[in-house]
Design a protein around this ligand. Structure first.
Ligand code: IPE
Ligand code: IPE
Ligand code: MG
Length: 291
């Protein structure tokens, strides 16, 4: 029997995540339409795939991990809806089509974001504690909540809008991306590992891995954005290429992925999907990062 490649298994997991998101987002109103528009619109699903890969690497079952994976995607998608609003990045296009507020209006987009964030925590509350053990569930919920909030993603978004781009130096930039993008990615790696029963050594390795790919993820996004300047009429946001230069940004991207891969080699688990997720960040073709 042909064994499944890591890329194929990620595709299969991605379909399972999408099926569950479709189920969660069933509903009749225009508000539900806006939620579906924001979520079921072809994102890479990087964070849920990462949580699933981390959990399964330590023996977790996909079924027990799916609610946590979906919660992460709902939080991520809410953050994109709000990030695109005129009072934030004022972006008219998201995932190749009009952003949520362009399609549904500012008020509905604001509420859609609120509803997605709230649904994420409802989904976590509904996840079976027996399937993973109450202590592991509690760890995962706390980790995801912290990463989404003022000490994580929202704190990073505040740094992002809080000062003009020319004031951003390397250390501010590092803090900004560690919070804005890195926190949720690190939470996916940590929560996945703990839900899958990682021991302290495994968790420490997954933290190094999560930090590496979290950083790499935003460096890659900044490289892609820098090729796409003038895509919106909004303010110029901090970008790694402006801070470190093109070569400096590429070098940092390679270093960060390398650090993540190094961490995987330190624990003997089933790292194929985790390796594939990290290596995808170095590919800029259409399959890169599973986009
Ligand atoms: C875009 O995230 C915003 C960042 C945090 C860099 P993704 O690149 O994961 O966006 P989708 O979900 O694939 O559209
Ligand atoms: C978005 O970051 C990060 C969050 C929504 C938390 P960016 O503003 O850099 O990403 P894009 O370019 O809008 O996808
Ligand atoms: Mg933006």
């Amino acid at each position: 029997m042909k064994t499944q490649s890591a890329a194929e298994s990620l595709q299969e997991r991605r379909r399972a995540v999408d099926r569950e998101l479709e189920r969660l987002l069933e509903g009749e109103s225009r508000l539900f339409e806006a939620l579906r528009y924001a979520v079921l619109s072809g994102g890479k699903r990087f964070r849920p795939l990462l949580l699933l890969a981390a959990g399964e690497a330590f023996g977790g079952s996909p079924e027990s991990l799916i609610p946590y994976a979906c919660a992460l995607e709902l939080i991520h998608d809410y953050s994109l809806v709000h990030d695109d609003l005129p009072c934030m990045d004022n972006d008219d296009v998201r995932r190749g089509r009009p952003s949520c507020h362009k399609a549904f209006g500012d008020g509905l987009a604001l509420l859609a974001g609120d509803a997605l964030l709230t649904m994420a925590f409802e989904t976590l509350a509904n996840a079976s504690a027996e399937a993973v053990g109450p202590a592991r569930k509690e760890y995962a919920v706390r980790e995801i909540a912290r990463a989404a909030g003022v000490r994580g993603m929202i704190g990073g978004q505040w740094l992002d809008i809080g000062r003009p781009a020319p004031e951003i130096d390397g250390s501010v930039y590092d803090e900004l991306i560690a919070k804005k993008t890195g926190a949720l990615i690190l939470a996916a790696a940590r929560a996945g590992a703990v839900l899958g029963s990682a021991d302290a050594r495994g968790l420490a390795a997954m933290e190094r891995y999560g930090n590496g790919i979290g950083r790499a993820f935003q460096l890659r996004d900044d490289l892609l954005d820098s090729k796409d300047d003038g895509k919106n009429g909004g303010p110029v946001r901090p970008n790694a290429v402006a801070v470190f230069g093109l070569e400096g940004t590429k070098n940092r991207l390679f270093e960060s992925v390398d650090r993540a891969l190094q961490a995987l080699r330190e624990v003997s688990l089933h790292p194929d999907e985790l390796r594939e997720l990290a290596e995808g960040l170095l590919r800029f073709d259409k399959d890169g990062a599973h986009g």
